[in-house]
Design a protein around this ligand. Structure first.
Ligand SMILES: Nc1ncnc2c1ncn2[C@@H]1O[C@H](COP(=O)(O)OP(=O)(O)OP(=O)(O)O)[C@@H](O)[C@H]1O
Ligand SMILES: [Mg+2]
Length: 503
C-alpha cells in the first residue's frame, strides 16, 4: 500500500484516479490545485505523485521540480492531453517517471502506477542495502575483548532490537557513534535510515529547523517547506550526537517530542506522529550539567532510559594489541598492501600512553606509524611524540612487562607459528600465576581475532587463512577445529614463549 498524491484542477478526474488507486489498496490524497499540491507534498511526503501537466498558476512541471527537490526518491507521473505529448516528453527529461495521455484506460494507469511504485521501493531498498554494505556497522567492527567491552556487547545485544532511548556517554573517541550504529544495524529498523546529527555543529535556530523541519515563511529565508531529520529518519533511528550542547529552549522541544512521539515543524500549527528510535550521545557528564542548571533533568531521564558508558581506552589497555592489529589491517586494506608488522616493544609503549583522544587517537597513531615506518615494521621510534613521552615516563606499571623480550620473540605478527595455549603449558609455567593470566588473555585475544577474521570472510576457512597468512590446517588447529591431537595438552607443539607473541 502506498501514499499517492493526485493533482488535477478537474475534480472529476481526481476522483476517478483516486477510486482506481484506492481499489488497489492505496491511500490517496486528492488535490485540486497546483498551489495546494506544493504544500501537500511536504505535509504527506507521498510515495507517488500523479499530476495533470497543465493547470492554472502552478502546473505539473513546477510540481515535478519541487518534488525532485524535497522528495527526490518519489516518482512523478504526468497526465496530459494527447496534443501535449511533446511537453510530457520534455518533463520526462526533467525527471518525471512516466506520463499517460488523456483519455486513458484504467489498465494503462494501473500499470504506470505499479511500475513507478515498484521502482520506488527498489530504489529505497537498494539505497539501504548499499548503506548497510558500506557502513557494515555490526559487532565485528567494534574491537575489544576486555571485560568492560564484553559488558558493552552484552548490553548492545540485549537492547539493540528494542525501541528504548539510549544515552551513550563517554569521552571523545571512545566509539560512541560506532555503538549507535551497531544498535541501529542490529535492530528491526536496520533497513530504514540511520540519521546522525551533531547538535554542537549548528546554532540553536538552525538546529531546530534541521531537526523538526519548517513551514515556508516560518522565518526569513524559509522560502519553502522543509522536512526535518526526525521525519527523514521515519521508521529508522536518529542519533543526536553531543546532545549535551543543545540549548535549553530546544531541550524543552526535544522533551516534548520524546514524550508525545509527535513532531511539529517550525512555523506549523499541526503536529504529526513519528516512529523514530532516538539514540543520543554526550561527551560531558550530564549530571553535572543538571546541577549547574544547563541541562534539563526531565530530558536527561527521558534520554537515559538505558544509559551506556563507553570506557576510556586507558581503562582497557588490554585491548590495545587487538585494536592495533585491527587498525594495521584496516590501513593495509585502504592502501591495498600487506599489513605492517609491529615490534612488541612498540605495542608496550602504546599501552603506557593514557590516550586522551581514546581509540581515535590510537587509530591516528597507527596510521601515522604505517606511513613513517621502514621495512614494513613499526618500531617505537615511529610512534607519535606524546606516546614516546608517556613511554619514557610511565605512570601505570607496564602491562606486558612479563612477556618474553622483543629480542627473543618475533615482531607481533599473525603469521608467526603458534598454537593455542594449552592448560598444561600454563600450569607448568615457571613464571607464576601472573604470566599464566597473561597467556590466557593473549590466547583469548588470538582466538577472538581469528574468529573475527573468519566471520568477515563469511566463515570461509581457506579465505580467512589466506588473509591471515596461515595455511587452512594451521588456522583450523588454532581454532581447535577437528584436530585429533588437540586434547593432548601435555605436549604443546611449540615452546610456550612464542604463544605470547602470536597475537
Ligand atoms: N572499539 C572500537 N573498535 C574499533 N574501532 C573503534 C572502536 N572505538 C572507536 N573506534 C574508532 O575510533 C574512531 C572514533 O570513534 P567514534 O566516532 O565512534 O567515537 P565517538 O565516541 O563518537 O567520538 P566523539 O565524541 O569525538 O564524537 C572511529 O574511527 C571508530 O571507528
Ligand atoms: Mg561521535
Amino acid at each position: 500500500m502506498a501514499r499517492i498524491l493526485i493533482i488535477d484542477d478537474d475534480p472529476a478526474m481526481v476522483s476517478v484516479i483516486s477510486d482506481i488507486c484506492q481499489e488497489k489498496g492505496h491511500q490517496t490524497i486528492a488535490c485540486n490545485s497546483g498551489q495546494k499540491a506544493l504544500e501537500e507534498l511536504a505535509t504527506h511526503a507521498p510515495q507517488l505523485v500523479i499530476t495533470d501537466l497543465k493547470m492554472d498558476k502552478v502546473g505539473g512541471l513546477e510540481i515535478l521540480r519541487h518534488c525532485r527537490e524535497i522528495l527526490p526518491q518519489t516518482p512523478v507521473i504526468l497526465i496530459t492531453a494527447y496534443a501535449k505529448v511533446e511537453s510530457a516528453l520534455e518533463a520526462m527529461k526533467l525527471g518525471a517517471y512516466d506520463y499517460i495521455t488523456k483519455p486513458f484506460k484504467i489498465d494503462a494507469l494501473l500499470l504506470a502506477v505499479e511500475r513507478a511504485l515498484e521502482n520506488h521501493s527498489l530504489v529505497r531498498e537498494n539505497r539501504s542495502l548499499r548503506q548497510i554494505v558500506r557502513e557494515k556497522y555490526r559487532f565485528e567492527n567494534i574491537i575489544g575483548t576486555s571485560p568492560r567491552m564484553q559488558e558493552i556487547y552484552g548490553l548492545i545485544a540485549k537492547i539493540a532490537d528494542t525501541d528504548s532511548t539510549v544515552l551513550i556517554q563517554g569521552e571523545s573517541g571512545t566509539g560512541k557513534e560506532l555503538v549507535a550504529r551497531a544498535l541501529h544495524f542490529n535492530s528491526h529498523r536496520q533497513h530504514h535510515p540511520f540519521v546522525a546529527i551533531n547538535c554542537s555543529a549548528l546554532p540553536e535556530n538552525l538546529l531546530e529547523s534541521e531537526l523538526f523541519g519548517h513551514k515556508r515563511g516560518a522565518f526569513t529565508g524559509a522560502v519553502q517547506d522543509k522536512i526535518g531529520l526526525f521525519e527523514e529518519a521515519e521508521h529508522g533511528t536518529i542519533f543526536l550526537d553531543e546532545v549535551n550542547s543543545m540549548a535549553q529552549p530546544l531541550q524543552t522541544k526535544l522533551l516534548r517530542v520524546l514524550q508525545e512521539r509527535q513532531i511539529r515543524r517550525v512555523g506549523d500549527t499541526k503536529s504529526s506522529p513519528i516512529s523514530v528510535r532516538v539514540l543520543a550521545a554526550t561527551n560531558e557528564g550530564l549530571l553535572e550539567k543538571i546541577k549547574d542548571g544547563t541541562f534539563r533533568e526531565d530530558l536527561y531521564y527521558r534520554l537515559a532510559v538505558i544509559p551506556l558508558e563507553m570506557p576510556p581506552l586507558r581503562e582497557r589497555t588490554d585491548d590495545i594489541p587487538l585494536l592495533v592489529q585491527h587498525f594495521l589491517q584496516k590501513n593495509a586494506a585502504h592502501s591495498a598492501s600487506e599489513p605492517r608488522k609491529i615490534e612488541p616493544s612498540a605495542v608496550e609503549a602504546l599501552q603506557k600512553h593514557t590516550w586522551p583522544g581514546n581509540v581515535r587517537e590510537l587509530e591516528n597513531a597507527i596510521e601515522r606509524a604505517c606511513a613513517l615506518c621502514d621495512d614494513h615494521l613499526i618500531r617505537v621510534r615511529d610512534l607519535p611524540p606524546q606516546v614516546l613521552r608517556s613511554a619514557e615516563n610511565p605512570t601505570p606499571p607496564p602491562r606486558l612487562a612479563d612477556l618474553p623480550s622483543p629480542a627473543a620473540s618475533p615482531a607481533l605478527t599473525l603469521t608467526s607459528p603458534a598454537s593455542p595455549v594449552s592448560p598444561a603449558t600454563t600450569a607448568t609455567s615457571t613464571h607464576g600465576t601472573e604470566q599464566q593470566t597473561l597467556r590466557e588473555f593473549l590466547a583469548t585475544q588470538q582466538r577472538t581475532f581469528l574468529e573475527q577474521t573468519l566471520q568477515s570472510h563469511q566463515q570461509d576457512l581457506a579465505a580467512a587463512a589466506e588473509a591471515l597468512g596461515l595455511s587452512a590446517a594451521e588456522l583450523r588447529r588454532k581454532l581447535g577445529l577437528a584436530s585429533p591431537r588437540r586434547t593432548q595438552a601435555s605436549k604443546p607443539a611449540r615452546p610456550a614463549r612464542k604463544n605470547a607473541a602470536a597475537i
